[in-house]
Structure formats: C-alpha cells, structure tokens
Design a protein around this ligand. Structure first.
Ligand SMILES: [Fe+2]
Length: 233
C-alpha cells in the first residue's frame, strides 16, 4: 500500500532509499494508469526512458541520477492525461489554439507529481522537457545550462522517438534521417555536447516497438533490453 506523503507523521524523516522506493511505487501506479488510458503515450515514454538512460550512461551519470532519470523520463508526458484525447489523437497537425492547449502538458504533469510528493529533480524533467537550448522552448523559455541536464537528455530522446515513430500526417524517418535532424538541431534546439554523445549510441539495440502493457516490476513481463531492466532495479 502506498502511504501518501501527506500521511507520513511529522518528525519521521525518510532516508533517500525510502524516498526512492516511494517514488518508484507512485511512478509504477501512474505508469499502469497511463498504459491503460494512453497506450501510445506510455509506449513512447518507455522508449524515451530507454534512450535517455543509454545517453545518460554514456556520459557517466551516477546510479542516483539514472534512477531519477528513469522515473522522470517515463513520466515526462504524464500531463497529457489532462489534455483532450481528440487533440492527442488528431490525424494531422494541430492548429495554433490546439497547440497552445497541448503545450500545457509539462506544467500539468509537474503539478500533478508535486501533489504526490515526488522530488524536485523528477519534477524538473517533466516540467522542462520541451525547453530548447536557444531559449525558444516552453514553458519557461530556459536556455542553455539553465535547463536541467536530465531535461535536456529527455528532450533529445523525445524528439528522436517522435521522428522515428509513425504519424498519420508524415512519414516515419529512418534512424539515419532522424539523427541528421538531431545533428541539425545541435546548438539551437539541443545541447550540442549531448548531441555529440547521442549520435554515437548503438541504435541497432533499439527496443522492440511492439512492446505493450506496463513494464518492469509493476507490470507485465518486459521484452525490453536488459540495460533498461537493470537500470530499473
Ligand atoms: Fe511532451
């Protein structure tokens, strides 16, 4: 049973491991909900988490950073639960008004997770995964190193997965073509140092895109590469 953060008696200080376990439990329940309500957003989030962890490992992140990134990346689009499904599933590009509504999802997600007591590092990933290196992103128009590095990592993985995923209104890009788009975004949309490390990853180990249902310890048995499962421990 999950004890809501507000029910923990005052004076009882959780250790980091206890907080991490509680965050993991909360995240597991939220992911199960996301998998049921928005299966495509759930699958996208799993792929983004996998790529984010691969990139983060390649730059020498600590075990604690990987743990935070794993949860934050999986929950980065949770705020889409507050966006009308007709917009998320629209078979074509969004108009200006519709796009403004969809752009609310990082703030909605962060507010939702803050209410559940998840830590500020996880919240910052959710809040800032649509910021751009040149400051033209949203919601806060942060630029460069003002953007938390884990949000910069997720931003890169997020766009790469979107480019290589099926969309009814455009062709799916090959890995090579998507990497070309990522390279062209270095220094304007993306952190150029992270782009350099990202394009060096081995994309022959991309997860099976047919994976569905909850993953890891909270859900169905996973067919994801062992790296993802190890990072989830
Ligand atoms: Fe998003």
């Amino acid at each position: 049973m999950i004890v809501p953060p507000g029910d923990i008696p005052r004076g009882i200080r959780c250790t980091r491991n206890e907080r991490a376990l509680q965050a993991d439990l909360i995240a597991g329940h939220l992911l199960a909900m996301l998998a049921r309500v928005h299966p495509e957003t759930f699958r996208h989030s799993q792929r983004v988490a996998y790529l984010s962890l691969r990139l983060s490992l390649s730059i020498g992140s600590s075990a604690q950073e990987l743990e935070t990134l794993r949860i934050g990346a999986q929950l980065h689009d949770l705020g889409k639960l507050g966006i009308p499904l007709r917009l998320l599933e629209k078979a074509g590009p969004l108009n200006g008004t519709e796009f403004e509504i969809v752009k609310e999802h990082p703030v909605l997600g962060a507010q939702f997770l803050e209410g559940l007591g998840l830590g500020p590092e996880i919240l910052s990933i959710v809040m800032h995964h649509h910021e751009r290196w040149d400051g033209l992103g949203y919601p806060n128009e942060l630029a460069g190193n003002e953007i938390p590095i884990m949000a910069r990592i997720v931003a890169l993985a997020d766009v790469f997965d979107a480019l290589t995923s099926h969309r009814s209104y455009r062709n799916t890009l090959s890995v090579d073509d998507a990497l070309q788009v990522i390279v062209e975004g270095a220094g304007n949309q993306f952190d150029p140092c992270l782009v350099r490390d990202f394009i060096r990853l081995d994309f022959s180990q991309m997860p099976n895109r047919s994976v569905s249902g909850a993953v890891g310890r909270h859900g169905k048995a996973s067919r994801w590469p062992r790296l993802f499962q190890l990072a989830a421990v």
